[in-house]
Design a protein around this ligand. Structure first.
Ligand SMILES: Cc1cc2nc3c(=O)[nH]c(=O)nc-3n(C[C@H](O)[C@H](O)[C@H](O)COP(=O)(O)O)c2cc1C
Length: 402
């Protein structure tokens, strides 16, 4: 069993993470984690904090001579803004729509965690009056930086087994492909050339992580216009994993289904509201003859599928085809435009105030989704091929593949 925990608030000194249960002797360096941390900052339309934070992870334990030791891996990510605040740059406290400083915040933003979180933990009625800041600072997506770091350990394990996870954005607000047919060709060409790594590297070339240049340009214009209007955007992205063997997950018990576990992984990310596996919702529109993937033999005589409408999973079990999961993110809840709210200090109706924030974080969310999908796949790989050393895992994995 592997697991990870994160701790830390967005305005605290650092985020910390612990990854436990990884086999010994996986090659691992901070660069393996920093690569994906840097990718989390991608995306046109990101706010001030993206300009301040340059994440570099410190590995505090569990790794020696660039290999895991089998013991818990402790990770540290400094919040650059914490040190800048103290150097007298108050402006940075206004980033990510999180208020201006350490004074109490009493005006909850609709769509954010502010009010529900305060009601849960009693911050709407402390002896000193209401203060939403404890909720804001932990529910902030700054936490996803440590999540990406932890999950990138799993991703490194997968990479050494030839499994890659990538993603691309397929919709930003009103700009997107009409249907999956629009992106399938470009995506499949990249997967054919270099697996999911080629997919994410191609997507990373676009400011909005879209594969189509004309759509990328239209999305950038859409973001600019939305910002001008003081509004925000959500969107849709697709995560693909290649090199995944058949047999991960199981149909024998509800909580072992790979599709259910992947859905949980996506919805565990802040602001994600829907998940589709394979054709997803569109599959509900078509007859079975157009949805189910015929079973055929490849040149080597192995059983495979003629198409991949199922997104690589049948009966909660991977079938050897690429895993395809899409996620939908709602628009960012911190808007320049005021939304209706009530000030908890006065009890009076009070529209939300201007706060600097991202216009959209869909490109960033797509990279976080890659990370969480990688975690679930690594967990399933270790269930099936697990050992105390990476060599044992590799041997079992290769034997099964043969
Ligand atoms: C990578 C990423 C960046 C985000 N950046 C912001 C932001 O700058 N401002 C904001 O208000 N919300 C941002 N969010 C969204 C909020 O975290 C999210 O809407 C909030 O947690 C409530 O959503 P929930 O109810 O689905 O958890 C971001 C989310 C992600 C995944």
């Amino acid at each position: 069993m592997i697991r990870y925990l994160t701790a830390g608030e967005s305005h605290g000194e650092a985020l910390v993470g612990i990854v436990e249960g990884m086999p010994a002797s996986i090659p691992l360096t901070p660069t393996d984690l920093d690569e994906h941390l840097a990718r989390r900052w991608l995306g046109f339309g990101r706010g001030g904090r993206a300009k301040i934070e340059r994440d570099r992870v410190r590995i505090l334990s569990g790794v020696r001579f660039s290999h895991t030791m089998g013991s818990p891996i402790a990770l540290w990510l400094a919040n650059a803004s914490y040190h800048k605040d103290r150097a007298g740059w108050p402006e940075v406290m206004a980033v990510e729509g999180e208020g201006e400083g350490i004074e109490p915040v009493t005006l909850p933003r609709p769509g954010h965690t502010d009010l529900a979180g305060a009601q849960k933990y009693g911050f709407d009625r402390t002896p000193h009056g209401p203060d939403l800041r404890p909720v804001i600072d932990r529910s902030s997506a700054r936490e996803t930086a440590m999540r990406v770091a932890c999950c990138s350990v799993a991703r490194t394990l997968l990479r050494h087994l030839g499994i890659e996870v990538g993603s691309h954005v397929v919709r930003l607000g009103a700009v997107g492909y009409d249907d999956a047919a629009g992106w399938t060709e470009a995506r499949d060409r990249l997967l054919e050339e270099g697996g999911a790594r080629a997919l994410y590297e191609a997507a990373d070339q676009s400011e909005v992580r879209m594969l189509d240049a004309a759509l990328s340009a239209a999305a950038v214009e859409h973001i600019k216009a939305t910002k001008q209007a003081g509004d925000t955007l959500g969107g849709v992205y697709e995560v693909i994993a290649t090199g995944v063997p058949p047999g991960l997950g199981s149909y024998v018990q509800a909580d072992r289904r790979l599709d259910g576990r992947l859905a949980q992984a996506i919805l565990s990310i802040q602001g994600q509201k829907a998940v589709e596996i394979g054709d997803g919702f569109a599959g509900g529109h078509w007859p079975g003859s157009e949805v189910h993937d015929p079973i055929v033999k490849d040149e080597a005589g192995r059983l495979t599928r003629a198409s991949n409408h199922a997104g690589g999973i049948e009966g909660g079990v991977s079938n050897g085809m690429p895993i395809a999961v899409r996620g939908t993110m709602k628009p960012i809840p911190t808007l320049i435009q005021p939304l209706g709210s009530v000030d908890l200090a006065t009890g009076e109706a009070q529209p939300t105030r201007y706060e600097r924030s991202d216009v959209t974080s869909v490109p960033a969310a797509s990279t976080v989704a890659e990370a969480t999908v990688a975690w679930v796949l690594a967990e399933a790989i270790l269930e099936r091929y697990g050992g105390d050393t990476f060599a044992q895992v590799q041997e079992r994995f290769e034997a099964d593949r043969r």
